[in-house]
Ligand binder design. Structure first.
Ligand code: NAP
Length: 284
């Protein structure tokens, strides 16, 4: 029987996960089909309940459902529970177990592709959704010195700052900045790393050609990491290059988090190099 892994999110046009995940299943000769299940928030519960069917191996959960899916699951792995966001679900005989592989994917890409060690660093985080939760916790647990969070909806930034504060020690300075301060061009001169976890600049999204900040706010010595992988060069990364800063796009994180999800679903090593190759090809 063919087993199904679903990708649950909205919108999904930008996503290349089906390309490299299907290639990985085929390469490993597994009878698994990776399907896009475009799902608006109002249908999330119905869609998640479908995952309990015996033909379903599991799912990836993406924008905007990574936090909303949490209370719909039966069990959470310890890391997903701490972060409060899930991007991977496994169907264990009708019980749905949630995992978070975004935090691992983010860190792997930051260290391997970005050559950046976050311990002791000053980090500026844009966004406070599901991806920002994973990134914020991963950075806090990696020992950053200072974390500043800005989000369009300020309550969400405060909420994320509070929940990271409550689960990490007093050694990290955590604060928030308003979106208006960011948009008015407040320079972030002390930041070593700036991370975009908003969907601003994402292909097929409503803010496709926008950037959360211009070159004037970006310190030259910083690394700018945009989680968006489609397009490869986002409006923010163009601004970062203008400022003379280092840049890292979201493709490597996507593949590392996807490889970790693959290993959770099928309990075997993921063909990571091949997944990278397929992901790059599909965006070129
Ligand atoms: P999400 O939970 O829906 O969060 C979206 C975030 O974007 C929120 O902070 C939201 O602010 C902000 N936002 C949306 N529209 C905005 C606008 N017009 N102006 C300013 N801020 C805006 O989504 P997510 O799952 O965190 O994903 C966020 C992005 O990261 C997506 O582009 C996704 O593709 C990318 N991502 C990439 C990877 C990877 O592996 N490379 C992994 C995860 C996510 P509000 O709170 O104010 O709504």
């Amino acid at each position: 029987m063919t087993q199904i892994v679903a990708l649950i999110g909205h919108p999904l046009q930008h996503s290349i996960s089906p390309v490299f995940q299907q290639a990985a299943f085929d390469y490993c000769q597994l009878n698994v089909r990776y399907e896009k299940w475009g799902t608006k928030m109002s249908h999330l519960k119905t869609t998640v309940d479908r995952l309990r069917q015996s033909s379903i191996l599991g799912a990836n959960v993406t924008i905007p459902h990574k936090e909303a899916v949490v209370p719909l699951l039966d069990e959470l792995d310890e890391l997903a529970a701490r972060i409060g966001a899930v991007n991977t679900v496994v169907n264990r005989g009708g019980r749905l177990v949630g995992y978070n592989t975004d935090a691992h994917g983010f860190m792997m890409a930051l260290r391997q592709e970005g050559g950046f060690e976050p311990r002791g660093k000053d980090v500026f985080l844009m966004g406070a959704g599901g991806a920002a939760r994973s990134v914020g916790f991963a950075l806090a647990e990696a020992g950053v010195k200072r974390l500043t969070i800005a989000n369009r909806t300020p309550e969400r930034a405060e909420g994320l700052a509070g929940s990271i504060r409550s689960k990490t020690g007093p050694d990290i300075e955590i604060s928030t900045l308003t979106w208006e301060e960011l948009e008015s061009g407040k320079a972030l001169l002390s930041s070593d790393l700036l991370v975009n976890c908003t969907s601003m600049g994402m292909k097929h999204g409503p803010m496709e050609s926008n950037t959360p900040m211009g070159a004037g706010s970006i310190p030259k010595a910083a690394l700018v990491y945009d989680l968006i992988y489609n397009p490869i060069e986002t409006p923010l990364l163009r601004e970062a290059k203008k400022a003379g800063a280092g840049v890292l796009g979201g493709l490597a994180m996507l593949v590392y988090q996807g490889a970790a999800s693959f290993e959770i679903w099928v309990a075997r090593k993921a063909p990571v190099d091949m997944m990278f190759e397929q992901a790059r090809k599909s965006l070129s």
